[in-house]
Ligand binder design. Structure first.
Ligand SMILES: [Zn+2]
Length: 237
């Protein structure tokens, strides 16, 4: 951004994090062929990844954008405690089909509390607290994520108006605060499961997430060691 743009942002009450982008490389994957670019938040030092479809958005629509918060357990290990891994796969498939960009936002584990604290919150959830109460018990914010770098990366990619792949209205508000216009919210609902239905219900009831939950849809996981125990639950989106 130019100095005058930076001054305008400061005047508007925004505090964009300057970011630095690296080379654009090919990223063929099981979800399609993408291009990838690493971005460094020059305030926090955290490195993020932009994964984009080379296809232009269909029908002149604003591009699809997914801000995906890092979730090691869900994204890498396929944990059913949350729906992050399934949302990541859904978003990549949709972006591969319709064009758009997924920003993989690192440093946002457990809605920004970090991996170790997220696992501590899991322990509290196993003792009966919901995902919001667990963070409160730990003296941690319910949502500590910051989207200033994400908004700046989108701006530098020329994505000022986007269709946001999310069920979380807070992301729409935070992006608007950071100067990116969300022209449409595109839901990313994936099927609920026995292990995450309570977590998803908490997101709907306590965090205003736009979810349509039907326990009839929950996939039974008969062989799971958790069968018969209280359903798991946690964070994110
Ligand atoms: Zn997760």
């Amino acid at each position: 951004m130019t100095a005058s743009e930076a001054r305008k942002d400061v005047k508007a009450g925004r505090r964009p994090h300057p970011v630095s982008g690296g080379p654009v490389v090919q990223l063929p994957s099981e979800f399609g062929v993408f291009v990838a670019q690493a971005w460094t938040d020059l305030v926090t030092g955290i490195e993020h990844l932009a994964v984009s479809s080379p296809i232009p958005p269909v029908d002149g629509k604003a591009p699809l954008v997914r801000l995906h918060s890092e979730c090691l357990t869900g994204d890498v290990f396929g944990s059913y405690r949350c729906d992050c891994g399934e949302q990541l796969a859904y978003a990549l498939e949709k972006i591969s089909e319709e064009g758009g960009t997924l920003l993989y936002l690192r440093g946002q584990e457990g809605r920004g509390i970090g991996l170790a604290n997220k696992i501590k919150a899991y322990a509290l959830q196993e003792a009966g607290f919901d995902t919001v109460e667990a963070n409160e018990q730990l003296g941690l914010p319910v949502d500590a994520r910051c989207y200033n770098a994400a908004a700046q990366i989108l701006a530098e990619l020329g994505l000022h108006e986007v269709r946001l792949l999310s069920n979380n209205p807070d992301k729409q508000n935070r992006l608007a605060d950071a100067g990116v216009t969300v022209v449409e919210m595109v839901p990313t609902e994936v099927p609920s499961r026995e292990q995450n239905i309570r977590y998803l219900q908490t997101k709907k009831d306590r965090m205003d997430h736009r979810l349509v939950l039907d326990s009839q849809d929950a996939e039974p996981v008969a062989a799971s060691p958790s069968a018969g125990q209280a359903p798991y639950q946690h964070e994110q989106d």
